[in-house]
Design a protein around this ligand. Structure first.
Ligand SMILES: [Zn+2]
Length: 246
């Protein structure tokens, strides 16, 4: 009886998770977190029986992506390249998904607060990266505007140019503004979190990913002390990266 009460509390705590998935009986198995979902939704049939005891038979513990939720990016408005007026890249290479690492940057420039002003900001960053730095495209995979929208940079499937040691194994998200001086708004922080959730649900980021500031990969002030302090409070914050270089 006590067990049942405890289990109900446990389920109650987690059923508010994204996509209303409930946790498996042993939340982490072999270092991987699983969730109880319909077996037909579990990518590559990567599920185990016996870990969702209170659920009907077709619900099992899945250790891969929920393909039924694959298009659920409802929490974030992604502004496509064509919407913000991107130039075509002069080259690209494919990022092998899913990645385990999300790297947060700031643009260290001015912020913006609307679709039009953020589009202009992102365009000027792309021009700077292509014209002055001679990169093939804007460096980041995504940018978060001060309006909380996510502006598509190189996107989920292309290698970025934002953190040399980690470009090939991370998604780089840069927030417009300078967070050595400013404090990130709740809209910006929610935008980052929802974009990462979206990447997880689409299978571009692993469920067990960790989030880091650029300064966890090399010695830099990026993403600014105020944004960095906030990231450090997140449950998926991963600390200094193993290939940190200074
Ligand atoms: Zn950076």
């Amino acid at each position: 009886m006590l067990y049942r009460v405890v289990l109900v509390c446990f389920l109650g705590k987690f059923t508010a998770d994204a996509y209303n998935e409930s946790p498996c009986k042993d939340r982490v198995v072999d270092g991987r977190a699983g969730v109880c979902i319909d077996t037909s939704c579990c990518a590559h049939g990567d599920y185990k029986s016996g870990l969702c005891p209170t659920q009907p038979n077709h619900i099992k513990c899945c250790f891969n992506n929920d393909i039924c939720a694959a298009e659920d990016c409802s929490g974030v408005e992604i502004v496509s390249r064509s919407q913000w007026g991107a130039r075509n890249p002069t080259g690209s290479s494919t990022l092998s998904a899913p990645v385990n690492v999300v790297l947060i940057h700031h643009t260290a420039g001015s912020s913006c607060n609307s679709l039009s002003s953020c589009s202009a900001t992102v365009k000027s960053i792309q021009n700077h990266h292509m014209n002055n730095k001679k990169w093939s495209d804007i460096g980041y995979n995504f940018l978060i505007g001060g309006d909380g929208r996510a502006y598509e940079g190189r996107g989920w499937t292309k290698v970025g140019a934002h953190s040399p040691n980690y470009n090939r194994r991370s998604i780089g998200i840069s927030v417009t503004g300078n967070f050595e001086e400013d404090t990130p708004s709740s809209a910006v922080l929610q935008g980052i979190k929802n974009l990462i959730e979206c990447g997880v649900s689409k299978g571009y980021i692993t469920k067990s990913h960790t989030v880091h500031g650029h300064k966890d990969a090399k010695c830099t002030k990026c993403p600014g002390v105020h944004l960095y302090n906030t990231i450090q409070t997140w449950t998926n914050y991963g600390g200094k990266l193993p290939d940190y270089k200074c």
